[in-house]
Design a protein around this ligand. Structure first.
Ligand code: NAP
Length: 276
C-alpha cells in the first residue's frame, strides 16, 4: 500500500509541471507515494510524470490524504489563491511548510488564510522547464534551517536559488528575473529584425540573433568574467562592435530604457498585489 504523501503540489500547470520534472530528476519522489499532485485537469504529460515516479494524483484532496503532509507547494494562479487557501487551511495538519510560487501573494496574505506557520514565498522563472530557473525565496520567522534546506532541495531541482530577507524586494525580483526572460527574447527579436533590415534573409537573421544570445549565455556561464569584461573582450577600439555599442550606450539611452522598464514592472507588481 502506498504511504500517505509528505509533499503535495497544488496546481500542475506550466510551473507545477516544471517542478515535477525537476523533482523526478533528483528523485524527490522517493519513497513511492510520497508526492501528491492535486489538479482538476491533469495534462497527459503530468500524468506520465506521476506514473514514472510512483507519485499520486488527484483532482481534489481531503484531510485523510493530507494527514502526514510536511510540505505544501502552491503553484496555482493568483486569482485562485483565496478559494484554494480557504479549502485547504481547515484540512492541513499543523506546522506544514507552505511554499508558494504564486506571483504577488505576500507572506502576510498566506498567514491570513493559513494562520501562523513556516511559510516561504518563491519566485522562479519559466527556465525551470529546462532546469535553468533562478529562483528567489523569502521566508517568514517560523521557517527553520531544516525547512530552508527542504525549500532549497525542491527549488534547486529546477535551477539555482537565492534568498532575500526583505520581502518588499520581491516585486523587483519579479521585474528582473521573473519577467526578465522576456527582455532577452525581445532582444533576439529586435536584433534579428535589424539584421533583416540590413539585408539578411529572415531565417538566417533569426538564427544568428538566437544563437548569439545562447552563445553569450554559455560564455557568461562558463567563464569566470563579469559581463562588462566579456563585453570589453569582444570590443576592439574603433571596430564594428564599438560602433554599435556607441549607439546603444552613447547617450545612456539603453541603460535608461532598461531602468524605466524594470521600474514599470516593479510598480505593476505592487499594483497587482494590492488588487489581488
Ligand atoms: N509560469 C511561470 O513562468 C511562473 C513564474 C513564476 C511564478 N509563477 C507562478 O506560478 C503559478 C502557476 O503559474 P502557471 O504558469 O503554472 O499557471 P497554470 O499553467 O495556469 O497552472 C495552474 C494550474 O492549477 C490548476 N488548478 C486550478 N484550480 C485548481 C485547484 N482547485 N486545485 C489544484 N489545481 C488547480 C490549473 O488548472 P486549470 O487550468 O484547469 O484551471 C492549472 O493546471 C502562478 O501563481 C504564477 O504566478 C509562474
Amino acid at each position: 500500500m502506498l504511504r500517505k504523501p509528505r509533499t503535495a503540489l497544488i496546481g500542475a500547470g506550466r510551473m507545477g509541471a516544471a517542478l515535477l520534472r525537476g523533482w523526478g530528476a533528483v528523485h524527490s519522489f522517493e519513497p513511492a507515494g510520497s508526492v501528491l499532485v492535486v489538479d482538476p485537469n491533469l495534462s497527459e504529460k503530468v500524468e506520465d510524470l506521476v506514473k514514472q515516479n510512483s507519485a499520486r494524483s488527484s483532482a481534489t484532496t481531503d484531510k485523510d490524504m493530507l494527514a502526514k503532509l510536511e510540505t505544501l507547494v502552491l503553484a496555482i494562479k493568483p486569482q485562485k489563491f483565496e478559494e484554494i487557501a480557504q479549502t485547504l487551511a481547515p484540512i492541513l495538519p499543523k506546522k506544514v511548510l507552505i511554499i508558494s510560487v504564486i506571483a504577488g501573494v505576500s507572506l502576510q496574505r498566506i498567514e491570513h488564510y493559513f494562520g501562523p506557520g513556516p511559510h516561504v514565498r518563491a519566485m522562479p522563472n519559466t527556465a525551470a522547464e529546462v532546469g535553468k530557473s533562478i529562483s528567489v525565496i523569502c521566508a517568514n520567522k517560523h521557517v527553520s534551517t531544516a525547512h530552508t534546506q527542504r525549500v532549497f532541495e525542491l527549488l534547486e531541482a529546477v535551477g539555482q536559488v537565492e534568498q532575500l530577507d526583505d520581502e518588499r524586494l520581491m516585486d523587483v525580483v519579479t521585474a528582473v528575473s521573473g519577467s526578465g526572460l522576456a527582455y532577452f527574447f525581445l532582444l533576439v527579436e529586435v536584433l534579428a529584425a535589424a539584421g533583416q533590415a540590413e539585408g539578411l534573409p529572415k531565417d538566417l537573421a533569426q538564427k544568428l540573433a538566437k544563437e548569439t544570445l545562447v552563445g553569450s549565455g554559455a560564455l557568461m556561464d562558463q567563464l569566470d568574467q563579469s559581463p562588462a569584461d566579456l563585453r570589453s573582450g569582444v570590443t576592439s577600439p574603433g571596430g564594428t562592435t564599438a560602433a554599435a555599442l556607441d549607439v546603444m550606450m552613447g547617450n545612456g539611452a539603453f541603460a535608461e530604457m532598461m531602468r524605466n522598464a524594470v521600474s514599470a514592472a516593479t510598480r505593476r507588481g505592487g499594483q497587482l498585489r494590492n488588487v489581488s
